[in-house]
Design a protein around this ligand. Structure first.
Ligand code: IMP
Length: 197
């Protein structure tokens, strides 16, 4: 089944393809007229509302185009730090672009509670319905920036299952097996393709 991923983030496309291709899905980035569709990010508290809103916008934009009846996928994600009451959460992209990883580590410099989690909500349009699935990856914020792989906050996030390594020190296969995106997308694959009973 072909799934068109609505995102400008090539890292997300690569990760989604690695997770969903072995499950029988062909992941392609949605380009309309050769461009990533310009979606408005709503000022919402939760990543689920953001994902659904973006998916509804994408469905509207594809009406009357060759993509009208295709399965569309939107994924919204973020880093939620316990001691900062879930900050940066829905503002993760903005915070990464402004204060950066070193800025986040500075906010945490005196903090002993370093618990945090990545969350992802994947939303797909399928036969006129919107289906969603959530994934969570628990871990801690590292003391230092480490690792060269991945993107975003990967160099400062140590998942519980990673033996002290940051996400940026994991192979893409290792990361996807335990990541918020991995769980959310596997959930979506089951909604699209429920196992026969
Ligand atoms: P989104 O594009 O609105 O979903 O923004 C998510 C932001 O959260 C990204 O730009 C990253 O900064 C961060 N983020 C989400 N998932 C990951 C991940 O798997 N690794 C590292 N950072 C992530």
């Amino acid at each position: 089944m072909r799934v068109l991923f609505v995102t400008g983030n090539q890292n997300k496309v690569t990760e989604a393809s690695g997770i969903l291709s072995p499950l029988g899905f062909a992941i392609e980035q949605l380009l309309i007229g050769g461009q990533v569709p310009d979606l408005i990010e709503p000022q919402a508290e939760g990543i689920e509302e953001i994902a659904k809103s973006k998916l509804e916008q994408a469905v509207s934009l594809t009406m009357g185009t060759e993509f009208e009846n295709e399965v569309l996928l939107v994924e919204d994600s973020g880093l939620f730090i316990d001691s900062l009451s879930g900050f940066p959460g829905p503002y993760s992209s903005f915070v990464k672009e402004t204060i950066g990883l070193s800025g986040v580590l500075s906010l945490m410099s005196e903090e002993t509670d370093r618990g945090a989690e990545f969350r992802a909500v994947a939303a797909v349009s399928f036969r006129g319905s919107i289906l969603t699935s959530t994934g969570i990856c628990r871990g801690v914020i590292s003391e230092n920036i480490s690792g060269d792989f991945g993107f975003g906050y990967d160099p400062i996030f140590i998942p519980e299952e990673a033996n002290g390594r940051t996400c940026a020190q994991l192979s893409s296969h290792e990361k996807s097996a335990i990541s918020h995106r991995g769980f959310a997308l596997k959930g979506v694959s089951e909604l699209l393709n429920p196992p026969s009973k």
